[in-house]
Design a binder for this molecule. Structure first.
Ligand SMILES: Cc1cc2nc3c(=O)[nH]c(=O)nc-3n(C[C@H](O)[C@H](O)[C@H](O)COP(=O)(O)O)c2cc1C
Ligand SMILES: O=C(O)C(=O)c1ccccc1
Length: 392
């Protein structure tokens, strides 16, 4: 029996012994539970989005507009969720999205997420804005664990090069460059609470531990230069002057595959391919950047068409269930990144909470595929979907 079927059975069997799972298997319930264990500010930072949060809602509504049309009698006895994306073998087309500041959620922070990802063999994308240095997060995941690195491209090019070298040395095999967040958007929950994790020193570990950053602030960060270091961080976090011509810099300093995160327009996807990029990640940052931006799922088919088979297409923003993953794959994604669900799992149960989320997603995806008549993620296509009738 597959490990995923084992997991499903174990949940039923635990019920016989009156040992119920500590977290719900309907992952859409996690947000409400996380609200109960996090401070108002921390919850607002994670759950919140830009502006009126219209795009965050649109991300979910877009999934709800598509319905799966299952097919019968197709021999689905042998199932295999594995895929290879950007040179990385994955047991399922699911990655842990880069999420910074994880010690806001749980004292174990990114290290707990890395251990959970490693236990499932799933790829974690390490964030530049992590609350623990990338070397420590990588060590927690262990040698064999697949990991990629997400770059927030700073103004200081020497710092960018240092990040890339450290990521390579920490065993990251692919680079994700986030383009949509060179500055934080208008986020009312945080503005109204007067809250930014960085100003409290959460999310700057990769900077403060970096030799290039330290040199720029006159030495290791101590109580004496801490405020100056935070100001230096804030002034150099993002570079709004970047253009497509700058991508050559990444090619010159990163040997492995590169994917651009935050692509929403088919023409940008074409430009990424023309610039020699290996992948694009269709994303609106979970609705956290441009309020009013197109739902990520609605942007996906056009980007997938523009890219064809010339680059990998990944997707995030709004994925909450295995069925959501099936829909995104059917609309052209090779794999999806999951964000808030595992952040809530971390808040609720540390490493085991993240693992619960990852197992539920994989098990539900496998069951959804099989019950829809499919054995492999690659067989998914738009023909398995229909547009839901508008209902109220
Ligand atoms: C608390 C939080 C922190 C995030 N930090 C980063 C980050 O450091 N780098 C990045 O590229 N994206 C970051 N993101 C965006 C995620 O990578 C991803 O695009 C988004 O969460 C996907 O939407 P979802 O949460 O609906 O799954 C963050 C998102 C959240 C909620
Ligand atoms: O909060 C975010 O969405 C995010 O991506 C971010 C940006 C800068 C630092 C940490 C996280």
């Amino acid at each position: 029996m597959s490990a995923l079927a084992d997991f499903q059975n174990s949940l039923y069997l635990q019920g016989l012994g009156d040992v119920l799972p500590s977290l719900p298997t309907d992952l859409t319930k996690l947000e409400g539970l996380a609200e109960g264990v996090l401070s108002r500010r921390a919850f607002g930072y994670v759950a919140g989005a830009a502006g009126s949060e219209a795009t965050a809602r649109a991300n979910r509504a877009a999934f709800d507009r598509w319905r799966i049309v299952p097919r019968m009698l197709r021999d689905v006895a042998e199932r295999d969720l594995s895929v290879e994306v950007l040179g990385t073998a994955m047991p399922a087309p699911i990655l842990l999205a880069p999420i910074g500041v994880q010690s806001l959620l749980h004292p174990d922070g990114e290290r707990a997420a890395a251990r959970a990802a490693a236990a499932e063999g799933l790829t974690m994308v390490l964030s530049t804005a992590a609350s623990q240095p990338m070397e420590e997060v990588a060590e927690a995941g262990g040698d064999g664990a697949p990991r990629w690195y997400q770059l927030y491209w700073p103004k200081d090019r020497d710092l960018a090069v240092s990040f890339l070298e450290r990521a390579r040395d920490a065993g990251c095999t692919a680079l994700v460059v986030t383009l949509d967040t060179f500055t934080l958007a208008w986020r009312p929950r945080d503005l109204d609470a007067g809250f930014l994790p960085f100003l409290r020193g959460i999310g700057v570990a990769n900077y403060f531990s970096d030799p290039v950053f330290q040199k720029a602030v006159g030495g290791p960060v101590t109580d004496a230069n801490r405020e100056a270091a935070l100001l230096h961080w804030a002034a150099g976090f993002g570079d709004p002057s970047l253009t497509w011509d700058d991508l050559i810099f990444l090619r010159d300093h990163w040997e492995g595959p590169i994917a651009l995160k935050g692509i929403q327009h088919p023409d940008d996807a074409r430009q990424a391919v023309d610039a020699g990029m290996d992948g694009v990640i269709v994303s609106n940052h979970g609705g956290r950047q441009v309020d009013g931006a197109v739902a990520s799922l609605d942007a996906l088919p056009g980007v997938a068409k523009a890219v064809g088979d010339q680059a990998a297409v990944l997707f995030d923003s709004g994925v909450r269930t295995g069925a959501d993953i099936a829909k995104a794959l059917a609309l052209g994604a090779d794999a999806v990144l999951v964000g808030r669900p595992y952040a809530y799992g971390l808040a609720l149960g540390g490493q085991e909470g993240v693992r619960h989320v990852l197992r539920c997603l994989q098990a539900e995806l496998e069951l959804t595929l099989a019950l829809a008549g499919l054995t492999r993620p690659g067989r998914l296509s738009p023909e398995i979907l229909s547009c839901a009738p508008t209902s109220r």
